[in-house]
Design a protein around this ligand. Structure first.
Ligand code: ADP
Ligand code: MG
Length: 303
């Protein structure tokens, strides 16, 4: 798999404040990456460093195979890290013409990109008549003009209404499905869950997790159980190494798995031990529950 960006032990200090701390991760071609973390966790600083607008304090980053300068490499990167800013009285088309001139791109690209972001019908409308969502989509069209290898977006749906948010997320997925690698920063867990295949979770500039979104916490799930023999059941499960935690509240027993186990196998096992379950549900924690577990400083399993 070819590498687009690798970050190695990157640190950024603003005086006494460490905004990014020893951060390392790699971005491979064809995936959608999220940098997820609360406000102030160092997402924008990280993007600023790799885009050469913020100076790092220490550490390294390498674009593509590392043989070209960052300046050259950035010609193959499309990025939107600030609110879209175009000339208000000029049309969408004319604004993009200016960008083409600056980037040295043929004007032929303009219609193609306006088509992708769904603004072709509005190409002659002045920028100032656009909704916030349309402005953001025009910014994406602008970032795509040079057919970048990777598109970088910082909080792409901030401030948009639900419909605008939906349009942007659909657009990101569509661009990714056509082979452009995406890196987006977001403080919204559900955004990362809906859009990204991979995630880097930050808290106070430190990496808590990086990997596939669907494997964020290696969790085998848990059983919710009811039986007439509650006390017996709890005792039995507490003694069983397959479970790492067992709780009971108003007769509802929750047992967290330490290893994979089928609900039907479990049911059979309990039956053989003389416990008849009147209620048996297997659940997995939601990504939100996993995220909270991960960012909980009392959780000993995080690294
Ligand atoms: P995020 O994008 O995750 O919200 P930022 O990267 O913007 O986080 O900020 C990380 C930390 O660095 C915050 O504590 C922020 O206040 C601080 N910070 C960001 N930019 C500057 C700056 N130019 N000068 C001083 N501190 C800054
Ligand atoms: Mg930010």
């Amino acid at each position: 798999m070819s590498e687009i960006l690798s970050i190695d032990n990157l640190t950024k200090k603003y005086g006494y404040l460490t905004a990014v701390s020893n951060l390392s991760f790699t971005i491979n071609k064809g995936n959608v990456y999220g940098i997820l973390g609360p406000n102030g966790s160092g997402k924008s600083t990280t993007l600023g460093i790799v885009l050469n607008v913020v100076n790092r304090t220490s550490g390294e980053f390498k674009w593509f195979d590392g043989t070209v300068s960052t300046h050259e490499a950035l010609k193959k990167v499309g990025a939107i890290i600030e609110r879209p800013n175009f000339y208000p009285y000029m049309s969408a088309y004319d604004n993009l013409k200016l960008v083409c001139k600056i980037k040295g791109v043929s004007y032929e690209k303009i219609d193609e990109k306006l088509e992708i972001v769904g603004l072709i019908e509005r190409k002659n409308s002045p920028f100032r008549t656009f909704s916030l969502g349309m402005k953001q989509r025009l910014a994406i069209a602008s970032a795509l003009l040079n057919d970048p290898e990777i598109l970088i977006l910082d909080e792409p749906t901030n401030g948009l209404d639900p419909q605008g948010i939906h349009q942007i997320r659909t657009l990101i997925k569509q661009i990714a499905s056509e082979g452009t690698t995406i890196l987006l920063a977001s403080h919204l867990l559900d955004e990362v869950e809906k859009v990204c295949s991979h995630v880097v979770v930050l808290r106070k500039g430190e990496k808590l997790y990086s990997g596939r979104v669907d494997e964020m916490v290696s969790s085998f799930g848990f059983f919710e159980l009811r039986t007439e023999k509650t006390t017996e059941l709890v005792k039995l499960l507490q003694a069983d190494a397959a479970f790492n935690k067992v709780t009971e509240l108003d007769g509802l027993v929750t047992a967290f798995l330490e290893q994979p186990m089928d609900a039907s196998d479990f049911n059979k096992m309990m039956y053989e031990k003389g416990i008849v379950l009147s209620h048996l549900v297997k659940r997995k924690p939601s990504l939100e529950e996993q995220f909270l577990q991960l960012t909980d400083s009392t959780n000993p399993t995080k690294n």
